[in-house]
Each structure stands twice: as structure tokens, then as C-alpha cells.
Design a protein around this ligand. Structure first.
Ligand SMILES: Nc1ncnc2c1ncn2[C@@H]1O[C@H](COP(=O)(O)OP(=O)(O)OP(=O)(O)O)[C@@H](O)[C@H]1O
Ligand SMILES: [Mg+2]
Length: 296
């Protein structure tokens, strides 16, 4: 029989955590060597290649990249809408597959239920979860207030502006208490001022709830205004080109957009992105002229 030497006062050998120094908390989200390709009529299209990054609890990270670089594909992989891919997505140290309650998704397209009032839209996930009516309406009311829509509880989506509807969608997603809020260009269809004001709102939500957030965007100012870090992606196939730490003081209201430090960070991200966007345009033009082979 194998002998295990043990000190008289030492913890049992199986309890390995008791003898190790405190490990760093695991990231809440870990994307590991993710790759994705599509079979198209013109051949195989590599959309994502070897994407790896982590997001810490409470962090707001943006993923930015030129059109067609694979941002939405990455969003779908993380959110579990895309099943066939290489690599893995881990939440709190567990590999996840398929859609998952830990991840709440907000889409670019409008996704409110037009036949439900604001409050009933927001309360919907709680209704599905079987939360009592009084309790779910209280919680929904809090979230409606958090996204700045107090007073609009009994209105229908058709009576609201696009920016207000998107806030309803955000509040509804938050009602399910996701560990990670995943947003794919949620403000893309909105005008510039509304974007900035909604950006303020997202930061306020993230700070109030300590909500871990991953925001997919192609808007540099938006990424710099909102993020703790920005992941810049390359043009196809999408890879991580650089991860930029945004060292700007918080709270970052829309006023900060005018500051010199903000401008410097935007310039830094833009210089990375410009290379990739130019490459993208050139490749698209070549393809249009018929000089290129299958898309790559
Ligand atoms: N279902 C699919 N079948 C084939 N190709 C696809 C599919 N979905 C995406 N692609 C291709 O994968 C690449 C990445 O697309 P994706 O939508 O992820 O880009 P994106 O970065 O979100 O672009 P945008 O900024 O324009 O939204 C594109 O070349 C696109 O044509
Ligand atoms: Mg997209």
C-alpha cells in the first residue's frame, strides 16, 4: 500500500486549496483559442482564428474591429448561438455550450415585445422564471428606473424612441441577472447624441450593479468612453490585434469626450484600426474587381 508522508498538523493531502497561497480569482469569462469558419459557395471562409482573452468580474470590455472582421460571429459563439466552432468559452471556470443563463444578450436589432408594456417587457424573464407577480413588478420597476425610463412603465414600445426601446431591451436582459451582459452594437441604429447619452447610462448600470459587460462595437469613441479595456480585432480572419487599457478617470460622462486624454486614446485605437479597415476595403475592392480568388 502506498504511504503518504504527512506532517502531524498538516491539512489532509486531498485538501490542496488549504496549503496553497490565495490564487487570483478566476476570470468570469474566458475565451480560449476560439476559431470559426463558414462553408460558403466560394469555399471556406475563416471568420475567427485563435481568439483568446479574459474578462474579470465587473469589468467592461469592448471588442472593436472593422466591418466583417467577425465581431458578431464572436458574439454568437460566446452567447452559445453558434454551436460549431473550435476552442472553448468558459464562465466562472466552467466550459459552456449552447445558450446559457449566465450570459444575457442584447442585439442590435430591436427586440422588445411590441404587445407588452415597458414594465411587462422588463418583467418577462422573471415571469418565465416563475417569480411572483408583485415581486417581479417591483424588480422590473427598479430596473426601468435604472435605465432612466421611470414614468414610462405603462407605455408600449411603439410609443417610445429607438434609444428608449433599446434601454427597455437592456433592462429586460438585466432582469435575468446574467453574470455577463453581452451586447452586439446595441446603439448602432441611434444618432450620435443618443449614443453618447446611452453610453453614460451603460456605465452607470455597470457601476451600480458591478455588471460584467462585453460590448461589441465598431465605434471608437464609444469604446473609449465606456471601456476598461478594448480588444482590437484584425480584419478577416478576425484575431486579437491588440488589447488597449483605457486609463481614463471615471465617471466618464459624455463631457470627457472633449478632453485631450480621450483624444489620445481614440488616436491610439484608430491607428490600429485604420490598418485593418484599410486592408478590409482593399480586399473587398479586389474581390469586386474579380481579381481575387475565394474570400479568405
Ligand atoms: N452564417 C454565415 N455563413 C457564411 N458566412 C458568414 C456567416 N456569418 C458571417 N459570415 C461571414 O463571416 C465574416 C464575419 O462576419 P460578422 O458578421 O461576424 O462580422 P462583423 O465584424 O460583425 O461585421 P459588421 O461590423 O459589419 O457587423 C463575414 O465575412 C461574413 O460574411
Ligand atoms: Mg456585426
Amino acid at each position: 500500500m502506498r504511504q503518504v508522508a504527512q506532517m502531524p498538523n498538516a491539512p489532509p493531502a486531498s485538501d490542496s486549496t488549504a496549503v496553497r497561497p490565495d490564487p487570483a480569482p478566476p476570470p468570469i469569462l474566458r475565451v480560449e483559442s476560439v476559431a470559426k469558419q463558414f462553408e460558403t459557395a466560394d469555399g471556406v471562409l475563416v471568420a475567427l482564428r485563435d481568439i483568446s482573452f479574459s474578462v474579470a468580474r465587473g469589468e467592461l470590455v469592448s471588442v472593436i474591429g472593422p466591418s466583417g472582421c467577425g465581431k458578431s460571429t464572436l458574439f454568437k459563439v460566446i452567447g452559445g448561438l453558434e454551436r460549431a466552432f473550435d476552442g472553448r468559452v468558459m464562465v466562472d471556470g466552467q466550459t459552456i455550450a449552447g445558450t446559457h443563463a449566465a450570459i444575457g444578450m442584447v442585439f442590435q436589432e430591436e427586440s422588445t415585445f411590441p404587445w407588452r408594456t415597458v414594465i411587462d417587457n422588463v418583467a418577462f424573464p422573471l415571469e418565465i422564471a416563475g417569480v411572483r407577480r408583485g415581486e417581479r413588478l417591483d424588480k422590473a420597476r427598479e430596473l426601468v428606473a435604472l435605465v432612466g425610463l421611470r414614468g414610462f412603465e405603462r407605455r408600449y414600445p411603439a410609443e417610445l424612441s429607438g434609444g428608449m426601446r433599446q434601454r427597455v431591451a437592456i433592462a429586460r436582459t438585466l432582469a435575468a441577472e446574467p453574470k455577463i451582459l453581452l451586447m452586439d452594437e446595441p446603439f448602432a441604429s441611434l444618432d450620435e447624441q443618443t449614443r453618447l447619452l446611452l453610453g453614460d447610462k451603460v456605465v452607470q448600470i455597470q457601476q451600480t450593479l458591478r455588471q460584467t459587460t462585453l460590448l461589441i462595437t465598431h465605434n471608437i469613441a464609444e469604446a473609449v468612453q465606456l471601456s476598461d479595456r478594448i480588444i482590437v480585432m484584425t480584419y478577416r480572419p478576425g484575431r486579437v490585434k491588440r488589447i488597449v487599457d483605457v486609463d481614463l478617470p471615471r465617471p466618464r460622462t459624455s463631457e470627457i469626450v472633449g478632453s485631450e486624454a480621450f483624444g489620445r486614446t481614440v488616436a491610439q485605437v484608430w491607428s490600429d484600426l485604420r490598418e485593418e479597415a484599410t486592408l478590409g476595403l482593399e480586399q473587398d475592392e479586389t474581390r469586386l474587381l474579380g481579381a481575387a480568388g475565394p474570400p479568405q
